[in-house]
Design a protein around this ligand. Structure first.
Ligand SMILES: [Zn+2]
Length: 105
Protein backbone atom coordinates (compact mmCIF):
# COMPACT_ATOMS: atom_id res chain seq x y z
CA UNK A 1 0.00 0.00 0.00
CA UNK A 2 1.57 3.28 -1.05
CA UNK A 3 1.05 6.68 0.47
CA UNK A 4 -0.45 7.91 -2.78
CA UNK A 5 -3.10 5.19 -2.75
CA UNK A 6 -4.67 6.28 0.53
CA UNK A 7 -3.80 9.95 0.84
CA UNK A 8 -3.91 12.81 -1.60
CA UNK A 9 -0.76 14.35 -0.27
CA UNK A 10 2.04 14.01 2.25
CA UNK A 11 0.53 16.96 4.09
CA UNK A 12 -2.77 15.11 4.42
CA UNK A 13 -0.99 12.03 5.75
CA UNK A 14 0.98 14.19 8.17
CA UNK A 15 -2.23 15.87 9.38
CA UNK A 16 -3.76 12.42 9.87
CA UNK A 17 -0.80 11.17 11.92
CA UNK A 18 -0.60 14.36 13.99
CA UNK A 19 -4.31 13.95 14.76
CA UNK A 20 -3.80 10.34 15.90
CA UNK A 21 -0.91 11.48 18.12
CA UNK A 22 -3.00 14.23 19.75
CA UNK A 23 -0.91 16.89 18.05
CA UNK A 24 2.33 15.77 19.70
CA UNK A 25 5.68 14.52 18.44
CA UNK A 26 5.85 10.71 18.58
CA UNK A 27 9.20 10.80 20.39
CA UNK A 28 9.41 13.88 22.62
CA UNK A 29 5.75 15.05 22.98
CA UNK A 30 6.47 18.56 21.73
CA UNK A 31 3.33 20.15 20.18
CA UNK A 32 3.45 19.90 16.40
CA UNK A 33 0.48 22.07 15.54
CA UNK A 34 0.22 25.81 15.65
CA UNK A 35 -3.44 26.82 15.57
CA UNK A 36 -4.37 30.33 14.57
CA UNK A 37 -7.75 32.00 14.89
CA UNK A 38 -9.21 29.64 12.33
CA UNK A 39 -8.63 26.01 13.45
CA UNK A 40 -8.86 24.89 9.81
CA UNK A 41 -5.76 26.94 9.14
CA UNK A 42 -3.67 24.90 11.56
CA UNK A 43 -0.07 24.82 10.46
CA UNK A 44 2.34 21.96 10.89
CA UNK A 45 5.39 24.14 11.33
CA UNK A 46 7.34 21.56 13.32
CA UNK A 47 5.99 18.29 11.96
CA UNK A 48 7.88 15.90 9.71
CA UNK A 49 7.09 12.43 8.42
CA UNK A 50 9.39 9.98 10.16
CA UNK A 51 10.07 6.33 9.29
CA UNK A 52 10.16 4.37 12.58
CA UNK A 53 12.19 1.59 10.99
CA UNK A 54 14.57 3.32 8.57
CA UNK A 55 13.91 2.52 4.92
CA UNK A 56 17.63 1.71 4.65
CA UNK A 57 17.09 -0.97 7.32
CA UNK A 58 14.17 -2.50 5.44
CA UNK A 59 11.37 -0.42 6.93
CA UNK A 60 8.08 -0.16 5.05
CA UNK A 61 7.34 2.94 2.99
CA UNK A 62 3.70 3.09 4.03
CA UNK A 63 1.94 4.54 7.04
CA UNK A 64 2.32 1.36 9.12
CA UNK A 65 5.92 2.55 9.53
CA UNK A 66 5.34 6.30 9.73
CA UNK A 67 4.85 8.67 12.65
CA UNK A 68 4.74 12.44 12.90
CA UNK A 69 7.85 13.76 14.62
CA UNK A 70 9.30 17.20 15.22
CA UNK A 71 12.21 18.08 12.98
CA UNK A 72 14.68 17.93 15.88
CA UNK A 73 13.77 14.31 16.65
CA UNK A 74 13.73 13.45 12.97
CA UNK A 75 17.20 14.92 12.57
CA UNK A 76 18.56 13.24 15.71
CA UNK A 77 17.14 9.86 14.82
CA UNK A 78 18.21 10.06 11.19
CA UNK A 79 18.64 6.52 9.90
CA UNK A 80 18.95 4.93 13.35
CA UNK A 81 16.62 2.16 14.43
CA UNK A 82 14.62 2.72 17.63
CA UNK A 83 17.06 0.44 19.47
CA UNK A 84 20.06 2.43 18.23
CA UNK A 85 18.30 5.66 19.19
CA UNK A 86 17.58 4.28 22.68
CA UNK A 87 21.26 3.41 23.14
CA UNK A 88 22.32 6.87 21.91
CA UNK A 89 19.94 8.62 24.32
CA UNK A 90 21.15 6.39 27.19
CA UNK A 91 24.76 7.35 26.37
CA UNK A 92 23.90 11.05 26.28
CA UNK A 93 22.11 10.74 29.62
CA UNK A 94 25.09 8.92 31.16
CA UNK A 95 27.48 11.55 29.79
CA UNK A 96 25.27 14.38 31.07
CA UNK A 97 25.04 12.76 34.52
CA UNK A 98 28.84 12.33 34.63
CA UNK A 99 29.61 15.91 33.64
CA UNK A 100 26.99 17.21 36.06
CA UNK A 101 28.59 15.16 38.87
CA UNK A 102 32.05 16.49 37.92
CA UNK A 103 31.08 20.14 37.88
CA UNK A 104 28.85 19.76 40.91
CA UNK A 105 26.06 21.56 39.16
ZN1 LIG B 1 10.29 15.45 18.93
Amino acid sequence: MSIAATHRSKRELLLDLVGKQNGLCAYCDVPLVTVGRNPRMATLAHATLEHVVPVAAGGALDETNLVAACWQCNRLKGSLTLEQLRLLVARIERFTALSTARTGG
